[in-house]
Design a protein around this ligand. Structure first.
Ligand SMILES: *Cc1c(COP(=O)(O)O)cnc(C)c1O
Ligand SMILES: [Zn+2]
Length: 439
């Protein structure tokens, strides 16, 4: 396949490039972030129509690895990786849910939810992890990489994905988790896959600081989204959602954000489609943050280019409880390019949004609740118009967050008003008692 190619480059524009199988996570010259650059001239050897046709022919079919929503677009993602290196669980291909009832209630009739949580490990993290682990295996097969272990700091979903892909590839995995700050399901996933699970008495930002030191010393290969390989897989969400609308661009794309890797991944996907002529305009980006962990929102409101780190407070949206987002510079660029807006949601607002959405047939994780609450607010403010097509990226499966949902419906969180709660009724096994309860 491959006269197509991609390499690492400095995000801030230092010259020099590095093979994607190099174990580096920052620019060797300035210490800034890295990004993957594709040979765009080579990709222009096909017309936009030809790319769309190729992607449509492969989409959700059985010919391995093209049935994966990521590897079906492999020329745009990581063209050099050979078949024998690919570690795939059949990523992507997640459905778009038309939130018809919810949309009517909030006066956004064209509201759609991209169900990225309907994935092998229950979150969008699979999309990036298949690329990262495949590149590692590609490098190992060629003697270019020899990591002792692949490792990440995680708010729960990254570690679940890394552990699964590592196990599928037979590679050792180490995960650093903030103790007591991930859900039971998220803790059990890496345990089940045989990863070394280290629970630290800190928050995500504390774990991230330590993992970066381990990676800098070459003790582990870093799998956090600071590693731009993750972004290449995650950007396929943008491509896939446009494909699912017959290559039409929505007006808004909404993403609940913590470390801000995914916001920049969406931009990368849309920008690549624009450059290759598949689309003519970019949608507007809505970065949705939890008010308890809102460094990007604070920078946005203050008109600052730089996102200053904060100490994140406890949030039910635990996967985005991050105060020092590593990908902030990337996300700032995405925000500018996509005429973006940052909004935030309180704990009460996110819980209400989840409960409301669930009543209309969704089953939303708290992060998707943050995104929905921000959509409701921007519609009320008139920033989102009634006629706009709004696409919310649901980042994880609600089934991972049983403690949150149960606590809401049993009114176990004193700080939350569980006004949409629905408690089970306990009865004796007696027809009359059941009849009475139904009356
Ligand atoms: C990782 C994650 C996010 C945040 O993504 P970032 O790229 O860190 O901004 C949001 N929601 C869920 C469920 C996640 O797992
Ligand atoms: Zn640099």
């Amino acid at each position: 396949m491959s006269h197509y190619s991609a390499k690492f480059q400095c995000f801030s524009g230092c010259d020099g490039s590095y093979p994607v199988t190099t174990a580096i996570y920052r620019c060797p010259k300035c210490g800034g972030l890295l990004e993957v650059k594709h040979d765009m001239a080579a990709l222009k050897d096909r017309s936009a129509a030809a790319w769309m046709r190729l992607f449509d022919e492969r989409y959700m079919r059985t010919s391995w690895p093209y049935g994966s929503g990521v590897w079906g677009k492999r020329e745009w993602v990581m063209p050099m990786v050979t078949d024998d290196a690919i570690v795939s669980t059949g990523e992507g291909g997640t459905n778009l849910f038309w939130a018809e009832r919810l949309g009517k209630q909030v006066d956004v009739p064209d509201l759609w939810i991209k169900q990225c949580g309907n994935a092998h490990t229950g979150s969008f993290k699979d999309l990036g992890m298949t690329v990262l682990v495949s590149v590692v295996r590609h490098g190992m097969l060629r003697g270019e990489l020899n990591p002792r272990a692949i490792a990440c700091a995680s708010t729960g979903d990254t570690s679940a994905a890394l552990a699964a892909y590592g196990a599928a590839a037979g590679l050792p995995v180490v995960v650093l988790l903030p103790r007591g700050k991930v859900s039971t399901a998220q803790l059990v996933q890496p345990l089940a896959h045989g990863a070394k699970v280290l629970q630290l008495e800190t928050d995500f930002d504390g774990c991230m600081e330590i993992i970066q030191k381990l990676a800098a010393e070459g003790l582990v290969y870093l799998a956090n989204s600071m590693n731009p390989l993750r972004i290449e897989g995650q950007k396929t969400v943008a491509i896939e959602m446009v494909q699912q609308f017959d290559w039409e661009v929505p007006d808004w794309v909404v993403i609940p954000s913590g470390n801000l890797g995914n916001a920049s991944a969406l931009h990368a996907g849309f920008e690549m489609m624009r450059e290759l002529g598949v689309i003519q305009r970019l949608p507007r980006l809505l970065v949705a943050q939890a008010a308890n962990a809102d460094p990007m929102y604070q920078a946005y409101v203050a008109g600052n280019e730089i996102v200053a780190p904060i100490v994140a407070k406890q949030s039910h949206a635990s996967a985005i409880q991050i105060g020092n987002p590593v990908s902030a510079p990337r996300a700032m660029r995405a925000l500018k390019a996509m005429n973006g807006v940052v909004e935030e949601a309180t704990e009460q607002e996110l819980a209400d949004a989840c409960a409301r959405a669930d009543r209309t047939g969704l089953y939303t994780c708290p992060h998707t609740g943050v995104a929905l609450a921000c959509v409701f607010k921007l519609r009320e403010k008139g920033v989102i118009q009634k006629s706009d097509r709004v696409l919310v990226v649901s980042t994880a499966n609600g089934l991972k967050f049983t403690e949150f949902k149960r606590g809401y419906h049993e009114k176990a969180f004193p700080e939350l008003d569980s006004r949409l709660r629905n408690e089970p009724v306990v009865l004796p096994a007696n027809v009359d008692a059941v009849k009475a309860a139904l009356a």
